[in-house]
Design a protein around this ligand. Structure first.
Ligand code: HEC
Ligand code: HEC
Length: 93
């Protein structure tokens, strides 16, 4: 098969998509929600079918940035809304 300009364009797209995929997966090292007394109830809620969006706001009871400070480089809180903690910090299954 002879490669034409169009084929190279296709190859380039695949390379870019793969590259982004690898880049993102490399960053997926965010700490899991610990499985301990403080956090067990959240694991249970998710298992019981609660959505992450329902559970997220409860984190701030402790993780309000004062009682437990966030690391300096922690992603910022979007204005006014509760942070989507569980979007980044996964519940281990
Ligand atoms: C946009 C993604 C994102 C969101 C949303 C998010 N975090 Fe994080 N969090 C991170 C990253 C990235 C780090 C730093 C790397 C790490 O510790 O895994 C971090 C670190 C932390 C740490 C420190 C972990 C350590 O190293 O001891 C805690 C605690 C934490 N986050 C709690 C929360 C809580 C609670 C919420 C919700 C109020 C939240 N995070 C929302 C991405 C996020
Ligand atoms: C009852 C208080 C409390 C609540 C509520 C709570 N946490 Fe925590 N969390 C803690 C404490 C205490 C630590 C340990 C703090 C430290 O290392 O400085 C911690 C640590 C963490 C860590 C870091 C774990 C690590 O490996 O270093 C993450 C991630 C985290 N919590 C996520 C969450 C999320 C997500 C929620 C909401 C679903 C939540 N927490 C709700 C008390 C709480």
């Amino acid at each position: 098969m002879k490669f034409q300009k169009r084929d190279w364009f296709f190859v380039a797209i695949i390379v870019v998509v793969l590259g982004i995929f690898i880049l993102i997966s490399g960053k997926e090292k965010t700490k899991l929600v610990p499985q301990n007394a403080d956090h067990q109830k959240f694991h249970d809620m998710i298992k019981a079918g609660k959505t992450k969006k329902e559970v997220d706001p409860l984190c701030e009871a402790c993780h309000d940035g004062v009682k437990i400070a966030f690391p300096k480089d922690h992603p910022a809180k979007p204005g006014g809304q509760p942070m989507r903690c569980l979007f980044c910090h996964k519940i281990k299954r």
